[in-house]
Every structure is written in structure tokens, then in C-alpha cells.
Ligand binder design. Sequence first.
Ligand code: A3P
Length: 304
Amino acid sequence: MSLEEMEDLQLDEKDLRLETKEVNGVLMTKLISDTWDKIWNFQAKPDDLLIVTYAKAGTTWTQEIVDMIQNDGDIQKCQRANTYDRQPFLEWILPPPLTSGLDLANKMPSPRTMKSHLPVNMIPPSFWKKNSKIIYVARNAKDILVSYYYFSRMNKMVPDPGTWEEYIEAFQAGKVLWGSWYDHVKEWWEAKDQHPILYLFYEDMKEDPKREIRKILKFMEKDISEEVLNKIVYYTSFDVMKHNSMANYTTFPKSIMDHSISPFMRKGMPGDWKRHFTVAQNEEFDKHYQKKMAGSTLTFRTEI
Ligand code: A3P
């Protein structure tokens, strides 16, 4: 059964919010946790491309850019299916009869492009063995927090975020799905020098999408004309993608993702956190941030 076919089912929010269970101390859904052996033993191939992010860092945006590159800017081809069917979400396990990302990935013909939110030490080891390429996108903590909060309210499959104040605490403690943002971005930053990993920043992509898409092209060893490059910049801009039903998650049943609570394509701008943090919350967050990020060479811009 596809997610779209679930539209007819009368589902209660209580039944949808997936239970959670840790894997190696990192909060995951219980379904991921119970399927962990299969995920860990996933067989990567040398020509796989994996897009990895901490949740809400611009995954869908990067997925669309990559798909447009792979299809030489052909919009019709990129409209062939929803983002999550074009590029399976590797560790995302759904209750039967729904199709899980892992099953889609296993069935997919090569070359495959997939998405993951896993921390670096939880990536299936075959990706390192096969030297598969990985694009990692990082985004500043404050905008992630705001985006993740709204997403957790509108997406009934992830844990209820509670109040804004409660959510700030949960985020700082890493008690949210996929664990600590701080560990995620730092550990991937360390890993990038040992593997074929392109480490990008959401803020850079927003500042100069053409420059960042060129980095992706080089990493993918692809060459396209200036005309196609301009086309990709246009069709992957926030305002255009917001209306692309194959990329904006509006085909999900409303019982799962309720865009009237908050659209998936919400603001798409660095610095929106300023409208949400009080002065006191911001000061406390900065203090905690300094401690968590001490010793790392990784720096972020919280506005552009
Ligand atoms: P906001 O909630 O801050 O608006 P992910 O795909 O990793 O779940 O990330 C979702 C975030 O990326 C949302 O952030 C969404 O609006 C933003 N986003 C999606 N497409 C974008 C685009 N083309 N340009 C800029 N931001 C985009």
C-alpha cells in the first residue's frame, strides 16, 4: 500500500505517532530500532550516492538538485514520482503494508541515490567498504530547531514536540529522533577527510545556489551546460519547489502530514529562528552551544 492510498483510512493521531526506541544511545523510531540488523547490513554499491543530513537541514532541496543533475535538467523526468520514491529514505521503516525506504532501496536498480539522517558511526559499513559517494548538508542549530519543531507538529509520524520550551530542552539534550545535532554535524565534519564526502552548508546554498550546485557537479563528476545549470537553480529555488507536488510532501495524506498546521516548505530562510527565540532563550542556547561545540573547527552562520 502506498502512502497515498492511506488517504481513505480513518486514522487517529494517537495511532500514527510512532513509538521510539534507542539504537546505540540514539533515539530512533521503534520500527527502525527493531529492524536495525537489516539496516546495518544494507549492501551499498560503489556507484551509490547517499545524501546525508541531520533532519531539516535541506535534504529535500539537495535531493531535488541531485535528481535534476542526474536527469540533465529534464523537469518531466524529475516529476516521475515523489521525492521519497525517487530516492529512498534508507533507514525509514514503516508499518506493513506500507513500503519502507529500506525495501525500496534494496529493489532499486543501480545507480541508486538514497537519503539518510544517520549519524556517521551508524551508517551501514558497506558504504565505507565500497567507497560510495556521500553528500552531507549541515544547517545551523537554531534554524534546525525551529524547522524541526514545526515539522514535528505537522508530521504525525514523529514524536509530539510538546511546547516550544520543552522542545528546546529536548533538542539540546539530543532527545529527538536521530539524536544530538551537535554530535551529528561534528562527527560528519571529522569523517569528511577520510572518505569521499562533500560537506555543504544550507546557508551557503541559500547565499549562492549556483556556486554550491557547481560543487555538487564536480563531486558527481558531471558536466552540464550553463543553460541547464540556470534551469536547475530556478527549479530548485524555494518559491518554485514550494509548488512542486512531487517535492513538497503535499501528496501525503493529511492525517499524516497536516500542512495547515505548518507547511513542509515552511520559510526556507536562514535567520527565521530570531522570530522564535526570546532574548533569554537565545543567551542560554548560545552558552550551551559553546560547551557542546568546543574543540571543533566547524563553524556556522546563523544568518546570511
Ligand atoms: P524551514 O522549515 O526552515 O522552512 P528537510 O528537507 O531536510 O526536511 O528540510 C526542510 C527545510 O528545508 C525546511 O526549512 C524547508 O522549507 C527547507 N527547504 C526545502 N526546499 C528548499 C529550497 N528549495 N530552498 C531553501 N529551503 C528549502
